[in-house]
Ligand binder design. Structure first.
Ligand SMILES: [Zn+2]
Ligand SMILES: [Zn+2]
Length: 154
């Protein structure tokens, strides 16, 4: 796998919110939990975890979802797309929804969480599956694997 071609550009469906990723992402994930099913109106959510310092937003967003201090769900104020989640690890990280990328055609999650709540017949292509979330002790090895061979733009 080659180096990341940065920045990555993204926008919501209506184009009023534009986003840019200027740092190499940390890990890619799919989550099958029932909360993500409701947030996406789909079978699962996709996330690209990035450092909050390498994420830029232009345009009006509003808070939706559960309105919690941890895991703050940001939506476009106009088209209501679910764009990203902030507040992770005290605001250090953003879980960005990679389906907002101008080109998401390369995206494959490395891990998938909450397969205990997965809808029947759903497949994500993730290499590692977890009943709930990985144990915190498993993240360093997963992040190292993502850095080495995680899917990235061609
Ligand atoms: Zn979830
Ligand atoms: Zn929008």
């Amino acid at each position: 796998m080659g180096d990341w071609k940065l920045p990555l550009s993204a926008a919501c469906m209506c184009g009023r919110v534009k986003m840019r990723i200027t740092v190499v992402p940390i890990i890619s994930m799919a989550c099958h939990c029932t909360g993500c099913q409701k947030l996406t109106s789909g079978a699962y959510s996709l996330s690209l975890m990035i450092s909050a310092a390498g994420f830029e937003v232009e345009g009006a967003t509003e808070i939706g979802g559960l309105h919690r201090d941890e895991s703050v769900h940001h939506f476009c104020a106009h088209c209501k797309n679910w764009l990203y989640t902030s507040g992770i690890a005290g605001g250090q990280f953003i879980n960005f929804r990679p389906t907002m990328l101008d080109d998401a055609s390369w995206f494959i999650p490395l891990i998938e969480s909450y397969v205990s709540e997965k809808l029947p017949g759903v497949q994500t292509g993730a290499k590692h599956s977890f009943e709930r979330f990985p144990d915190p002790s498993q993240y360093p090895a997963l992040m190292a694997e993502f850095a080495k061979e995680g899917a990235r733009p061609a």
